[in-house]
Design a protein around this ligand. Structure first.
Ligand SMILES: C[S@@+](CC[C@H](N)C(=O)[O-])C[C@H]1O[C@@H](n2cnc3c(N)ncnc32)[C@H](O)[C@@H]1O
Length: 264
């Protein structure tokens, strides 16, 4: 079976070469399913064409050095334009004022927003000793009397020793080139490698939040990965991001999507 979707800008051709591939009992289903998916891909390309006109140029993309322990400048930990997203993630994860787990302390921007919602407790996991020294300790001293716990180490080694939470805010980054390839290039979204762990460590009805590089919606593959582990999810689009022309980040558009998945 061969299907073609052609516009003045592109032509997509799909030819199924195996009769047993997508072999619905009724051959009419097969043709319709494939045509629908082809139409979706064509729409995606048209949407991308409109979207890239709002992109900034961006700086050169440096190879990721091992940043699990090095001293890192504040803007290299997280650029300022992400601040409105941190505010939204903290708001979402704090609904219910329960026990919040934040993974990746960074500069403490999200942690400030979490504290502004006065959670019952706030646990932070951070692997980088230099980040802890440069950013966590000065930050912690502003919040005397609050129930704040720091867990030093990689979440991969420490999470299982912690109890369940009402909210989990996940905002790490790839620490090495290998993690970048595995968790960014080969993944539907960076946080996907954490979905099963988030689901295991959330109370029922608890909220797990993260951001995705997608700009206006979630891909089907991304939604499928979420529904494998969570009962439901909410998607919000954060608009009017002020990304500098020379951003060193890997996002160039002026909107981004935040996801909140709800524990079963
Ligand atoms: C993008 S920054 C977080 C920024 C933070 N949301 C803020 O508002 O400042 C990512 C942080 O996650 C930490 N991190 C990365 N991978 C980690 C891991 N596997 N376990 C624990 N922390 C990790 C990094 O050291 C870094 O401090």
């Amino acid at each position: 079976m061969k299907r073609v979707n052609r516009t003045s800008n592109f032509q997509i051709t799909v030819e199924l070469t195996n009769d047993n591939f997508i072999a619905s009992p009724n051959p009419a289903h097969r043709a319709r399913l494939v045509t629908t998916r082809l139409g979706e891909l064509a729409q995606e390309l048209d949407t991308l064409d409109r979207t890239v006109s709002n992109y900034v140029h961006g700086g050169s993309f440096a190879k990721i050095y091992d940043r699990s322990q090095s001293h890192i400048a504040a803007q290299d930990i997280m650029e300022d334009w992400q601040t409105p997203i941190m505010a939204e993630m903290a708001r979402s994860v704090s609904a219910g004022s329960g026990d919040v787990l934040e993974i990746g302390f960074g500069r403490g921007v999200a942690a400030d927003f979490v504290q502004s919602h006065t959670p019952k407790s706030h646990t932070l996991i951070e692997c980088n000793g230099a980040v802890i020294e440069d950013f966590f300790h000065p930050w912690r001293s502003q919040y005397d009397g609050r129930d704040i716990k720091l867990v030093e180490g990689f979440w991969e080694d420490t999470l299982d020793s912690l109890p369940l939470f009402d909210g989990i805010l996940f905002h790490t980054y790839p620490l090495t080139e290998d993690e970048y390839v595995e968790r960014v290039q080969r993944s539907v979204t960076f946080a996907a490698h954490f979905f099963e762990h988030a689901a295991k460590h959330l109370n029922s009805g608890g909220r797990f939040t993260y951001l995705t590089m997608e700009e206006d919606s979630l891909s089907r593959a991304h939604q499928r990965a979420l529904l494998e582990h969570f009962a439901e999810f909410h998607v919000s689009k954060i608009n009017d991001l002020e990304i500098p022309e020379d951003t060193r980040d890997a996002h160039w558009g002026n909107s981004m999507v935040m996801v909140t998945a709800i524990g079963r």
